[in-house]
Design a protein around this ligand. Structure first.
Ligand code: AMP
Length: 549
C-alpha cells in the first residue's frame, strides 16, 4: 500500500471554496473590518503558499505566527500545512525568555507578526541569538521597520492564485503549539495532518462542537492556543461563515460582532464570558443570533450556564488539552436526561462532560487501579486517540513522565459518574491558570527564593472571581528581614523578569511551608490551610494582571 494522503486538511478548504464559495470570512483588523469569501480565501491562500515557496520555505520547515485572531492569520492556517510546512503558533503573552526558547527549539524560519505585537517580539528578539536567521513578515498593509519586516500584502502581492499543492503523508507535521510545563521549559506538541483531520471530524460530530453551513462562527479563544480549539478548521469543514475578532477584543467588540455579523457559535475561556455578561447587564446588546457558546480552558461556573440559558443560548462546557488538539470532552446533555429536572441537568452540564467520539480514557487511582464509575472515587485521567499526541517534541524527559504505554497522563484528577460525565476535582500539575493562561508556580517560587531575605517560599493558585485563579506567594522571611518592605521588594524583583500578569496578587508571610512526609513542600496542605478563606475578588488583581482577553 502506498503511504496515505487522505487524512489531510486541504480537502476541507477545497470543499468550502467549491460548495460555499460566496460564504464570507470577516475580520476585525487594525485598519477596520475586512471581508472576503471562501473563493477569495482559496486564492489568497495559494498566493501566500507561492510567496513562502519563493522565500525558500520547503516541506518540513516551520513557519511561526505571533498574531491575534485575524483573517490573515487564518490564511496561514491552510497555506502553511497544505504546502507541507508546519505552522507554529507562538503565544505572545509568554515571558520573553520562553518566547526565545520556543523560537529556537522550533527553529522557525519565518514569523508573521501582528503590528500590535511588534514591540513585544522585538523586545524578546533584541540581541538574542535564538532569533538569528529568523525573517519577519508584518501582518498588514504596512511594513514594520524595527523587524525589517515587509508588509504581508506586499509579500503575497503578484503571486499566482494557483498552487500545485503536494500530496502529503498523513503523518506529515502540520502544526505546533507549546504548552507550559510544570517544571522546566515549555513543551512542544506537534500536530500531524491526520491528528488535525481527526480532530476536525470529531469536532463536526453532534457530540463534538458542531458547525454547519448555516452557522456563523467566531473563535474568541486565541488562534495561538491550539488553533483556537481547532475552530477555523471545523468551521471551514462545515462551510460556516467565520468571524475573527481581531487584536485584543473587549466585551464591546464581541457584542458588536455578534450583533452585526449574526454570530451563532462562539468559544472562549470563562473570563471572556464574565466580561461579556457584565457588559450585557449595562448595555443590553442584541445577542439573539447566538445559539451556542463553548466554554473551556478552565471550569465554567454554574451561574454562567444559567445566565446563558436565561437568554436562550446553550453553553457547552468543554475540557481539553494542548496535547489533544485540544478537544477531549464536551458536556452535552444525554437524550435520556432530557426529562430530568433542570437542576439535575445543570449538575451534569457543569461537569467537564462526555469524552468525544474517537477518544478513550481510563482513570487510575493512587494504587494504580482503575476507579469505579460512581461519581465519588477519583484518580488521574489518562487519554488516547487519533487526535492525541504520542510524545513531546525533543523532550524524552517529559515523555517518560507524561506518557505510559500509548496513554497520555493528563495530570487532571477526575471522577466519572455512572452516566459517563467526567468531573475535574483537582490538578496534579503545578501550574496556575489565570484567564486561560498558564503561570508556572515553580518558576515563580524559585525566583522568590532568590531574594536574600527569603528563607523558604512557595506559590499557589487561589480561586479568583474573574480570572479563575491568581498566584499568591507564601514566604518565610529570614530573621533579619524587614517585613514592611520585603513584599514590595519581591514583587519588584519579579516584575523585572516576568510579565505583570504573572506577578502574585499577594505576598503572605508564614512561619513555615507545610511539608509532606518526604520533606517536599505540600501545596495541598497550604491550599487547605489558607485558600478557603482567601477567595480573591475583582480588584485584588492589578488592572492588567492578566492578558487582555
Ligand atoms: P491547555 O493545554 O493550556 O489547553 O490546558 C489544559 C488543561 O486546562 C487541562 O489539563 C485542565 O487542567 C485545564 N482545563 C481545560 N479545560 C478545563 C475545564 N473545562 N475545566 C477545568 N479545567 C480545564
Amino acid at each position: 500500500m502506498p503511504g496515505g494522503h487522505t487524512q489531510t486538511l486541504r480537502p476541507f478548504l477545497w470543499r468550502a471554496s467549491k460548495l460555499y464559495g460566496d460564504t464570507e470570512i470577516v475580520s476585525r483588523n487594525h485598519d477596520g473590518m475586512s471581508r472576503q469569501t471562501y473563493a477569495e480565501y482559496a486564492d489568497r491562500t495559494a498566493r501566500l503558499a507561492n510567496a513562502l515557496d519563493e522565500h525558500g520555505i520547503e516541506q518540513g520547515d516551520r513557519v511561526g505566527t505571533f498574531c491575534w485572531n485575524t483573517d490573515r492569520h487564518f490564511e496561514t492556517y491552510f497555506a502553511v500545512p497544505s504546502m507541507g510546512g508546519q505552522l507554529h503558533t507562538i503565544n505572545p503573552l509568554l515571558p520573553d525568555e520562553h518566547i526565545r526558547y520556543i523560537v529556537e527549539d522550533a527553529n522557525d524560519e519565518v514569523i508573521f507578526v501582528d503590528p500590535s505585537l511588534a514591540e513585544k517580539i522585538a523586545g524578546a528578539a533584541d540581541g538574542a541569538e535564538e532569533f538569528e536567521g529568523v525573517d519577519f513578515v508584518a501582518m498588514g498593509e504596512e511594513p514594520i521597520e524595527a523587524l525589517d519586516a515587509p508588509a504581508y500584502e506586499t509579500f503575497v502581492d503578484g503571486h499566482d492564485a494557483d498552487y500545485d499543492w503536494p500530496d502529503l503523508d498523513d503523518d506529515q507535521p502540520a502544526g505546533m503549539c507549546y504548552t507550559s510545563g510544570t517544571t522546566g521549559k515549555p513543551k512542544g506538541v506537534e500536530y500531524t495532518q491526520s491528528m488535525l483531520w481527526s480532530h476536525t471530524m470529531m469536532s463536526l460530530s453532534p457530540q463534538g462542537i458542531p458547525m454547519a453551513d448555516d452557522d456563523v462562527v467566531m473563535p474568541v479563544v486565541p488562534m495561538f492556543h491550539v488553533n483556537a480549539w481547532g475552530m477555523p478548521f471545523t468551521a471551514t469543514a462545515g462551510g460556516s461563515k467565520q468571524v475573527f475578532p481581531g487584536p485584543s477584543p473587549n466585551a464591546e467588540h464581541l457584542a458588536t460582532l455578534i450583533e452585526e455579523e449574526g454570530v451563532t457559535v462562539t468559544a472562549g475561556v470563562p473570563t471572556v464570558w464574565l466580561g461579556l455578561m457584565e457588559y450585557c447587564e449595562e448595555n443590553d446588546p442584541d445577542l439573539s443570533s447566538l445559539e451556542r457558546v463553548i466554554v473551556g480552558g478552565s471550569a465554567a461556573p454554574e451561574s454562567m450556564i444559567r445566565w446563558f440559558d436565561d437568554r436562550g443560548v446553550e453553553l457547552l462546557h468543554a475540557w481539553g488539552m494542548t496535547e489533544m488538539s485540544p478537544i477531549g470532552s464536551v458536556a452535552h446533555l444525554k437524550s435520556d436526561l432530557e426529562d430530568e429536572e433542570y437542576e439535575t441537568q445543570l449538575e451534569k452540564r457543569s461537569k467537564q462532560g462526555l469524552m468525544a467520539p474517537g477518544l478513550e480514557f481510563k482513570i487510575i487511582d493512587e494504587d494504580g487501579n482503575r476507579i469505579a464509575w460512581d461519581g465519588e472515587e477519583f484518580g488521574e485521567l489518562y487519554v488516547r486517540g487519533p487526535s492525541v499526541t504520542k510524545e513531546y517534541f525533543k523532550r524524552p524527559d517529559a515523555n517518560e513522565e507524561d506518557f505510559e504505554n500509548g496513554w497520555l497522563k493528563t495530570g487532571d484528577v477526575v471522577s466519572v459518574d455512572p452516566d459517563g460525565y467526567l468531573k475535574i476535582v483537582d490538578r496534579e500539575k503545578d501550574v496556575i491558570k489565570s484567564g486561560g493562561e498558564w503561570i508556572s508556580s515553580v518558576e515563580l517560587e524559585n525566583a522568590v527564593m532568590a531574594h536574600d531575605d527569603v528563607s523558604e517560599a512557595t506559590v499557589i493558585g487561589v480561586p479568583h472571581e474573574k480570572w479563575q485563579e491568581r498566584p499568591v506567594a507564601f514566604v518565610v522571611p529570614t530573621e533579619d528581614a524587614d517585613r514592611d518592605t520585603l513584599d514590595d521588594e519581591i514583587l519588584e524583583m519579579l516584575g523585572d523578569e516576568y510579565p505583570k500578569w504573572w506577578l502574585p496578587d499577594a505576598v503572605e508571610y508564614i512561619d513555615e511551608v507545610p511539608k509532606t512526609a518526604t520533606g517536599k513542600f505540600s501545596k495541598k496542605d497550604l491550599r487547605e490551610q489558607y485558600t478557603g478563606s482567601m477567595e480573591l475578588h475583582e480588584g485584588s488583581a492589578p488592572e492588567d494582571a492578566a492578558p487582555s482577553r
